[in-house]
Write a protein that binds this ligand. Structure first.
Ligand SMILES: Nc1ncnc2c1ncn2[C@@H]1O[C@H](COP(=O)(O)OP(=O)(O)O)[C@@H](O)[C@H]1O
Ligand SMILES: [Mg+2]
Length: 315
């Protein structure tokens, strides 16, 4: 496989002309493929077919290097556990006194990505898709069980993190569902029981007036929930609300619960999933509102705001 990363000189030029508020109006225009809590996935003009994920939160080159190494090690473990992970390459560069890391991946067709596919597939096929996602997740939790206290990985199983290989919207899923996992930017990994990802990196994009609150209220939960099969499955299900398909939850709940029970865990109920979603949606909506306040404060005081924020998200 050849390298897919863009050269650092080009990225410097891109950064110099970037309009974080309106990326499509940048000197080198870019289209947003997806917003994350800390990073943004872009398609940069002249480089169609490439997904470029931008993480502008590093204070030093050393921090950026550590993150890149962790990202690579994380993918290695996911693959060792049996996951098909997108080819994913990183580049770091300095800009405006900060270090930025880019992750490059092949851009998967929009309709092949889970949260789009569930709007195209028949309910029975969505059920098969979700069953395959949970089967993939189980590989990770089996790996974690086998290597407990030694090497463990956390994973975000949301439907929007998987692409269906060779998907053709006209012919549906086909006899075999093959998935590729591409959300590699939160490399949660424990070595000898110790978390390797510095959670402070994620607080960097948070408004300074909220940092203490998040550190106290949310961080402990966020850093552990991705290691818990039942919680990851719950997150996957609750996601169907955000993706405007709550009607599908009863359809997929059954197949998810089958595997949860096989793992010796308590099955999920519809009420529990709904409650979880309400709380989660509230947290993120509130958080985004505060980030916009923070952006406005940066603007008023003449400080550059490096993050790309979404508009209104329907949840
Ligand atoms: N390789 C890719 N090809 C096409 N779209 C992508 C790709 N990577 C990310 N995206 C889009 O961006 C969204 C967010 O990217 P993701 O890697 O899941 O990061 P995060 O969820 O941490 O922000 C995805 O749900 C998808 O819509
Ligand atoms: Mg994601």
């Amino acid at each position: 496989m050849g390298s897919i990363a863009l050269p650092v000189e080009f990225l410097k030029e891109f950064e110099a002309g970037l309009n974080p508020r309106f990326p499509e109006r940048s000197a080198i225009p870019a289209r947003v493929l997806g917003y994350g809590e800390i990073g943004t996935t872009l398609e940069i003009a002249g480089h169609d077919g490439l997904a470029c994920k931008r993480f502008p939160m590093f204070y030093s080159e050393e921090e950026a290097i550590n993150y890149q190494a962790l990202h690579d090690a994380y993918i290695k473990i996911l693959r060792e556990a049996g996951l098909n992970v997108a080819q994913s390459e990183t580049v770091r560069l300095e800009h405006g006194g900060r270090w930025i890391v880019y992750i490059f991946q092949e851009k998967f067709p929009a309709e092949s990505i889970g949260h789009r596919a569930i709007h195209i597939l028949a309910p029975g096929e969505t059920r098969r898709l979700v069953a395959q996602v949970v089967a993939e997740l189980r590989k990770i939790f089996t790996f974690n069980r086998l290597h407990r206290g030694e090497r463990e990985v956390g994973i975000d199983g949301q439907i929007s993190n998987w692409a269906i290989v060779g998907f053709d919207a006209r012919s549906g899923l086909g006899p075999e569902v093959k998935l590729v996992y591409f959300d590699t930017s939160t490399p949660l990994m424990r070595l000898g029981g110790r978390e390797q990802l510095d959670p402070e990196l994620f607080l960097r994009s948070a408004p300074s007036f909220l940092v203490w609150l998040i550190r106290w209220l949310f961080l402990p939960d966020v850093m552990t929930r991705y290691y818990d099969f039942r919680q990851v499955a719950m997150d996957l299900l609750a996601n169907f609300y955000k993706e405007q398909r709550p009607d599908l939850i009863p359809v997929v709940l059954e197949v998810v619960n089958e595997m949860i029970v096989e793992e010796g865990l308590r099955p999920l109920s519809l009420e529990e999933v709904r409650g979880y979603y309400r709380q989660d949606a509230w947290i993120w909506r509130t958080y985004l509102a505060f980030r916009k306040v923070d952006r406005a404060l940066h603007h008023i005081t003449g400080r550059p705001y490096p993050y790309i924020l979404p508009g209104v998200i329907k949840r």
